[in-house]
Design a protein around this ligand. Structure first.
Ligand code: SF4
Length: 495
């Protein structure tokens, strides 16, 4: 039995029916669907054998690879089978994404529905597992990390009550070995460790994953050069993986026999291999030709920027042609954030680059139009309640959403969460929603409602549960509209 166990909660140990977008369902609170049915539709448990999951979140696989490389005896286990392995373990590492539902999507839904989202509920269930509690009494150390690590600063009581010994925030490759070693040797651990930029690993220090990742997700690079004020990623240096490294990880996933598709992960897949904000044609085409040739399970992108698409329509069309040889569409998450030129210049001055920040609404319309024509389906985010946002800014965003009504897409408004260089600012709260905000929220629900049938048809044409997803979405959108309308207006006092 292994001395180091790794795991993540049930909402993360799922392949979301091979559709990463369905994972957003974990941000919703318990609702009118029975929990067992909801979890089946949105986050069915990953296949496993004797408690060992067939695949695990990519970030967890990276830490697993780093610890194995450093000589630890490590095993990644399903959260439903912790008790089968924990007796002999000395350290438990837990990967988190949004452990308290404070991320933009879940906190927005929690504010509207006034209920804790599923992902927070399942994270707490994992930490409350009696087997973990018992092992803690026998000296087990618990170390937590992952993209959701920042949230623990807001929950010090939870950290104490659940005996979390150490929280690591940031790219952990260069520090994780030391902390796990110290934990094994019973040495003191820092309660909260923020990895600084000088500790970020260089490309050659990032190990390849050694076991399959969920939905074949693999990183093609880290960091982002656009510098948006509200974003954590922007604080990290930009690094693109060489194609050979990417090929090795794809091969690992495919030869495992457990994974067929591939999701390319980067903050802007269109910029793969580039040194600035202009796509590198040769590298992008080579990457896609390889990925399409090497797998039969479909390809998706985690994120891409509208500016990179709009800056080179011919190249985007070429990439689309390669991808569409084997599938009818593909998806990516896209940040629109605002329709206001003034706000764009202030808080995301390089998001439109190589165009000017003032041209942002035109960049969005051009990029979205190209995506529609080339069958990339974007799940777009808007930020509601950015610091210094005015009524005029909200109106500009509403005008932009109106201009996008013919674009096959989802547009999701998210309440501002203080991250990146804006982490000292205040959270946007439900009580601050104005009438204009409410109109914007309703406008987005209407937009998504209009396109959802089309999207579900594309995604789940052959699946019997596609009908349920459609009905769920209709019911959920209806309730969301009612809840938004019910939000009372704040009392505005003049003078
Ligand atoms: S473009 Fe996206 S990833 Fe890059 S800094 Fe802006 S929000 Fe962050």
């Amino acid at each position: 039995m292994a001395e180091v166990l790794l795991t993540a909660d049930r909402t993360l140990m799922s392949n979301y029916h091979n559709n990463e977008f369905l994972g957003f369902g974990t941000c919703a609170p318990p609702n009118f669907l029975p929990e067992w049915f909801y979890s089946f539709l949105f986050f069915p448990p990953i296949r496993e054998s004797k408690g060992i999951p067939a695949a695990a979140p990519y970030g967890l696989r990276k830490i697993e690879a780093q610890l194995l490389k450093a000589g630890f005896d490590v095993l990644t286990v399903s959260p439903d089978h912790i008790e089968d392995y924990i007796t002999d373990a000395k350290v438990l590492g837990i990967h988190t994404m949004d452990p308290f539902g404070l991320g933009p999507a879940s906190s927005t839904l929690a504010a509207i529905f006034k209920k804790e989202p599923y992902l927070a509920k399942y994270f707490q269930m994992l930490l409350s597992n009696p087997a973990i509690k018992k092992a803690k009494k026998n000296g087990l150390k618990v170390i937590v990390g992952g993209p959701g690590a920042w949230q623990f600063k807001y929950r010090p009581k939870f950290v104490e009550e659940h005996g979390i010994d150490c929280i690591i925030e940031g790219e952990a490759e260069k520090v994780v070995g030391k902390f796990f070693r110290d934990a094994l040797e019973g040495k003191e651990l820092p309660k909260y460790y923020e990895v600084n930029v000088s500790e970020a690993p260089a490309l050659e220090e990032i190990p390849d994953i050694v076991n399959p990742s969920i939905n074949g997700l693999i990183e093609i690079g880290r960091g982002c050069c656009r510098g948006c004020e509200f974003c954590n990623v922007t604080l990290r240096p930009l690094r693109w993986y060489p194609l050979e490294k990417i090929k090795r990880e794809i091969t690992l996933n495919i030869t495992s026999g457990k994974i067929s598709g591939c999701c390319l992960h980067a903050e802007d897949v269109m910029l793969y291999g580039s040194r600035n904000t202009r796509p590198n044609e040769e590298k992008l085409i080579k990457l896609h030709e390889y990925v399409v040739k090497s797998n039969n399970g479909g390809l998706s992108w985690s994120h891409c920027s509208l500016a990179a698409v709009a800056s080179n329509p011919q190249l985007f069309a070429k990439v689309a042609e390669i991808i569409l040889q084997k599938q009818p569409w593909w998806g990516a998450e896209i940040g629109i954030e605002t329709g206001s030129r003034k706000l764009a210049r202030k808080i995301m001055p390089a998001k439109a680059h190589p165009f000017k920040a003032e041209e942002w609404p035109e960049v969005v319309k051009t990029g979205m139009g190209l995506m529609h024509d080339n069958r990339l389906v974007p799940a777009c985010t808007l930020i509601v309640g950015l610091p210094e946002e005015t009524e005029d800014d909200i109106i500009k965003t509403m005008e932009l959403v109106d201009d996008l009504k013919h674009v096959r897409s989802l547009i999701v408004p998210l309440f501002f969460v203080p991250l990146g260089r804006l982490k000292q600012r205040d959270w946007f709260k439900r009580a601050e929603l104005t009438n204009l905000h409410k109109q914007l929220l309703l406008q987005c629900v209407e937009h998504d409602f209009h396109w959802v049938d089309d999207l579900l048809d594309l995604s789940f044409r052959d699946k019997w549960y596609g009908r349920f997803l459609r009905e769920f979405y209709r019911g959920f959108a209806g309730i969301a509209k009612r809840k938004v309308r019910q939000i009372e207006q704040p009392l505005v006092l003049n003078g």
